[in-house]
Design a protein around this ligand. Sequence first.
Ligand code: IDP
Ligand code: MG
Length: 151
Amino acid sequence: MSKEQTFVMIKPDAVQRGLIGNIIHRFEQKGIKLVAMKLVSVSKDLAEKHYGVHKGKPFFEPTVKYITSSPVVAMVLEGENVIGIVRRMMGKTNPSDAAPGTIRGDFGQFIGRNIVHGSDGPDTAEFEINLWFSKEEIARYNRIDEIWLTE
Ligand code: IDP
Ligand code: MG
């Protein structure tokens, strides 16, 4: 077990479709702690940095266009093994392959409109959190339910 932070983004299609509350609700119900959140109109520069590892791939330009097309909700979530937990809660990249019960599986149909982003590992999480948030924007606090969530 290790305490981690992960970067999560509710993508433009989910914001437009009124799914912000529903998606955040799932993380809250799971007992995951929210430590930073903001609505962001993403610049081309930020989008290109965020998806920098995919530069040169056929979906790079369309994905940058998708993510800059309308505001997103950017978040930092914290908890034991939260990176993997969030990835499993999101489901597979292509919503048509994502299992029912996952966010992508329940709310999406197409890979180019896949609802949500979550960091895929500790190095990516650190890079993405630093890219999207300043240190001052990340809260430190205890939740009153923490003693009931852990064993
Ligand atoms: P991930 O978001 O599950 O980590 P990645 O392979 O890292 O998936 O791809 C990053 C993002 O690029 C995806 O979430 C999706 O928005 C977009 N993307 C990936 N592959 C395709 C594709 O084949 N067509 C359209 N968009 C894609
Ligand atoms: Mg990825």
